[in-house]
Design a protein around this ligand. Sequence first.
Ligand code: C2O
Length: 494
Amino acid sequence: MASWGTITRAAAAAAVLLLMLRGIDPAASAPVSIDPINCLDSGLKCCPPPSYKEIVDFKPDSQPTPLRIRRPAHTLDAEAAQKYEKAIALMRALPRDHPWNFIQQSNVHCAYCSGGHVQLGTKNVTIEIHGSWHFFTWHRAYLYFYERILGKLINDASFAIPFWNWDDLAGMSIPTIYRDNTSSLFNPTRYPTALNFTNLGGCEGDGTPGSLDKQKLCNLQVMHRQFAAASNSTSIFFGGALRAGGGSFPGGSPIENSPHSPVHVTTGADMSQISKSGYDPLFIAHHSNVDRLWAIWEGIPGKSSKVIADPDFLDASFLFWDENLERVRIRVRDVIDPRKLGYVYQDVPLKWMDIKTRVEDETSILQAQDLARPYPVGKLNFPLRLRSAAKVNVRRTASRGETLVVSDIELDGRDYVWFDIYVSRVDGGGRAQAGCFIHMERRSDKKIPIITKMQIGIADVIKQIGAAADDQIVVTLEPKVGGDKVTVGGVSII
Ligand code: C2O
């Protein structure tokens, strides 16, 4: 399996020391699991009401249930939209402390990040389900129970949540069913701009006629780029390993960085804060589409397995309330196959799949932004605060390495930070965006120290810039938001 880049000896020693201080034996790695009793409030108040109800292990339906077909939100017919609206209205009307209550259900998400649920066997190590290989898996499990609860509320076992098809030209804005301010699907904190366009990452308009068309094309390019970057390997697709007792953010999937995060931050105030995003019903449709991308990737035939075989991945488990008001422990291995969970996504065309990666003319960019000339290999001073764009020649350590690693990215988890990553040839020519790093804002009264890394597949982009056979590549890190709040420890290609 590909390693997560070069971790320095000192950092490794510090990690071991940290585990030992927490009373965890670093040699015995184990899957993450949740303490059923302990949840820390950390100022956010999103822990569930305490419950001592016995926990049961998840079992797939023993009786066949109707297959639930998740459809694009912008194509739902009136009947399906009404059902959905009614189910959410019923959820909102439940007593405030009912496990299915709308706010309780939103808080389930909040408690799994932002320092809520404590990991079993620790006193105060909380779980964070973003920024690691549990990003896709946890959200799939969450949507599964959410969908079953909604179905139960309207007494329809075939009920399926819609997906926000923002990767399709017709779906790149807030779907109509969410817009009526008398509907249960409405949220008052959305940004007016989001009604016109859903930005998948750096596709702002320039106000000129035809701008929207350009933005939509840009979205398709983002989709293509991020999907290609994630698809290089199974470990890149899922993100870094999070094991029992592990802190947080070992490294997020390229898809979590974008399109996932830009959709959050450009949709509305609630959506842009991890701890509150569940207050907007769009959250469910958004993550349904993210989940669909996992299913699409999984369905593309490839040489290597589309599942991480590591038992620390497969046996990790989470707790949820189900549609029978049972408290259920579900393992990651239970959510790998959507069919076993009884749902599929309606097939819709994937225009972005065959779109060409954009190669920009670098001379004009250089003039426009006054970037420094490339530094000789190894001469750029890391760690580097990203106050302005940084450019560095990077040697491909493995022969023709195709994984770009940005290591020791250090920030306060409360800050919103975004930087883009470009590659170009050492002897000039065009540059192409390889990916981006995006950290969404979190609320906390204390600093949330984060040291993370970012791994992206660059096979597609280096082919586009004609550098497939080169043994050095120029990498540019370009801050977009909060560059002065982040430092980068190094850039390598493995
Ligand atoms: Cu759990 Cu899109 O965030």
